[in-house]
Design a protein around this ligand. Structure first.
Ligand code: NAD
Ligand code: TDX
Length: 357
């Protein structure tokens, strides 16, 4: 039996990790344990995203530790102090464009950080049972698809960006710890997430906010690249299923089985935003601006999720277009949060590195 009593969530001040913490504490009746959120609060981490969780569960079922997953001493102390029995490892540098401009941080956090956590778990868990290290990864490790087909768990890895190469490396290290040391691990590879609290450098929130502010909508290349979109809560419910009933040493694909060309998605967002703010969709459409393509831009991702559906009885439940409408409403209604995360480090970085776009 897995304990699931003292769960270390890394990167819990970020988009997916924060939504995971809220889902578990607010909306998962069969979870009664405690969550320890370890996050360095980089430009992408915003602890204000969890202020309601802190107010409701702080000290008892929710504890925040600010720190770096590469900090060997700190990570060991956290295992000891809280009696960690489960790790859900979200912390990462997560944005492909940044990995192209400045890959160093991706090697540091995604590779070295994951290794540090694995070593700490291996030491602290020696002789303990009921423990699990779950590593959260991406469909991008599989590379780029042609017109047809979908990634399965046995598709060979072929990462093509510094981001996906760093995630692939961490996936391999996780599996190496399972095979070599018998560390109880699981791994999930998920497609593109959307939903509340996503940092507005990613496609969907960026487009919503640019539409609101009547700024150009930068479409990379011909706009025909395809992504498979899933709501963050559907992703996180799959992670919870994995914690509860997966088989050790297995990896699981998670996706929406919901493919959209970028340009079609942007046009759908234009219609939703136009309706929400009472603007003319044709006027907003004029904001579309085709720009220089992302170097090495993967053409198409698609996920085959048969394994997790069949073995863990998981299903995506959130309809994409309904989820998009709610996400647009969330961004339009949470401008204070947006202003908070867009100030400071992010703004400086954009000004320094993104002049050409
Ligand atoms: P995010 O960028 O929103 O959040 C990352 C969090 O990690 C931030 O809170 C940041 O402060 C923290 N962090 C970064 N470096 C750290 C370090 N060295 N030590 C401690 N904390 C650190 O990312 P996200 O979109 O929530 O992604 C979470 C995970 O899910 C990542 O591992 C990512 O690769 C994976 N993933 C993301 C998507 C997606 O569509 N966003 C899809 C599949 C998989
Ligand atoms: O301004 C933009 N214009 C544009 O055309 C941006 C930011 C993106 N795009 C395109 C690039 C991609 O084809 O939209 C698509 C989605 O881009 P991102 O939001 O940057 O996501 P992607 O590169 O697909 O990676 C995401 O999904 C997999 C997450 O950022 C990763 O962390 C995750 O692993």
């Amino acid at each position: 039996m897995r304990r699931l009593e003292n769960i270390l969530v890394t990167g819990g001040a970020g988009f997916i990790g924060g939504n995971f913490i809220r889902l578990l504490l607010e909306n998962t009746p069969d979870f009664s344990g405690r969550i320890i959120n370890l996050d360095a609060l980089t430009y992408a981490g915003n602890i204000a995203s969890l202020s309601d969780v802190q107010a409701k569960f702080g000290g008892e079922r929710y504890c925040f530790e600010q720190g770096d997953i590469r900090d060997v001493g700190l990570v060991a102390d956290i295992f000891e102090k809280y009696g960690i029995d489960t790790v859900v490892h979200f912390a990462a540098e997560s944005h492909v464009d940044r990995s192209i401009v400045k890959p160093d941080a991706f090697v540091q956090t995604n590779i070295l950080g994951t290794f540090t956590l694995l070593e700490a778990a291996r030491r602290y868990w020696a002789g303990r049972d009921g423990v699990l290290f779950h590593h959260v990864s991406t469909d991008e490790v599989y590379g780029s698809l042609g017109e047809t087909g979908a990634f399965t768990e046995t598709t060979p890895y072929a990462p093509r960006s510094p981001y996906s190469a760093s995630k692939a490396s961490s996936d391999h290290m996780v599996m190496a710890f399972y095979h070599t040391y018998g560390l109880p691990v699981t791994l999930s590879n998920c497609s593109n997430n959307y939903g509340p609290y996503q940092f507005p450098e990613k496609l969907i929130p960026l487009m919503i906010l640019n539409l609101k502010e009547r700024k150009p909508l930068p479409v990379y290349g011909d706009g025909r690249n395809v992504r498979d979109w899933i709501h963050v809560d559907d992703h996180n419910r799959a992670v919870w299923r994995i914690l509860q009933c997966s088989k050790i040493g297995e990896s699981y694909n998670i996706g929406g089985e919901n493919e959209w060309e970028n340009i079609r998605l942007i046009q759908t967002l234009i219609e939703i935003v136009a309706k929400a703010v009472g603007a003319d969709a044709d006027d907003l459409n004029r904001l579309v601006a085709f720009v220089k393509d992302r170097p090495g831009h993967d053409r198409r991702y698609a996920m085959n999720c048969t394994k997790i559906k069949r073995e863990l009885n998981w299903e995506r439940v959130i309809d994409f277009e309904e989820g998009l409408v709610k996400t647009v409403d969330w961004y339009l209604g949470n401008i204070e949060w947006v202003d908070g995360v867009r100030s400071g480090a992010y703004r400086c970085w954009i000004e320094k590195n993104y002049k050409e776009r």
